[in-house]
Design a protein around this ligand. Sequence first.
Ligand code: ADP
Ligand code: MG
Length: 294
Amino acid sequence: ATPTALMAGTGRGAQLGILIRGPEVLETARRIDTIVLDKTGTVTTGRMSLGRVHTAPGTAEADVLRLAGALEDASDHPVARAVATGAAHRTGGTLPDPVDFADVPGLGVRGTVEGHRVLAGRARLLADAGISLPEPLAAALAEAAAQGRTAVAVAWDGAARGVLEVSDTVKESSAEAVAELRALGLRPILLTGDNRAVAEAVARAVGIEEVHAEVLPQEKVEVIRRLQAEGRSVAMAGDGVNDAAALAVADLGLSMGTGADAAIEAGDLTLVRGDLKVAADAIRLSRRTLSTIR
Ligand code: ADP
Ligand code: MG
């Protein structure tokens, strides 16, 4: 391709809401045959809200909300924002400050609140600390996941105390975007750290058949590498800090303009409005730009 055609393509991209890192990116985009889509914040809005609260026998709902909310208030994860905002609202007060707070990427948060050692996140975070979910909570967690809602398990002082349900909504244009990408000959794959049942519910809603769920942030890169080793030319679309490494490893990294700075910096292309349909526009643009000069 001539530099002039590529520059023109880059300019056209800006009009469509696509920021292209460099002219050579269009050459790569043209060859893509597989697109890996992060779930939270990419296929879904990532604007989550707190739903039902389940408690273990003898535990007060207000305590679960206050302790989990206090901890999540220190995290930027979309799930954490929903828990903290909902907890502050429902307890009608300010949340206490946690001490020795730690974010555990892809799993949840831990820290000390009001003298209690608190964990909030995936059941696996609790299991790693030797804490299992007693029956009423395990059933609540399974039921939430089956309905496509993310469950946040809460434990303190060595015992599981509650399960919070958080729900997200699929972006309005995601199903159409997947159909367009497929029509362009791309194979769509959903990739997420979330629970398998939640991931499958979202995949079904947008028409994706291939799902990789419960993938830790560092394992997202491995999924991309494995596809590349099979000879695929892979695009990855993501928005989160924990998608940055996968965006960098992919042949084409598509970052959501609505996402984290680290993800935007790792991408080759930024979809300014975070609309996946623009990913299809980008692929079409690359093919058109490169055919006009042949
Ligand atoms: P995704 O791949 O969907 O963008 P992440 O890898 O960031 O998601 O997180 C995977 C899962 O880990 C989330 O769906 C959630 O269940 C859990 N999780 C991560 N961070 C938190 C947190 N701060 N609080 C509660 N749960 C969390
Ligand atoms: Mg995400």
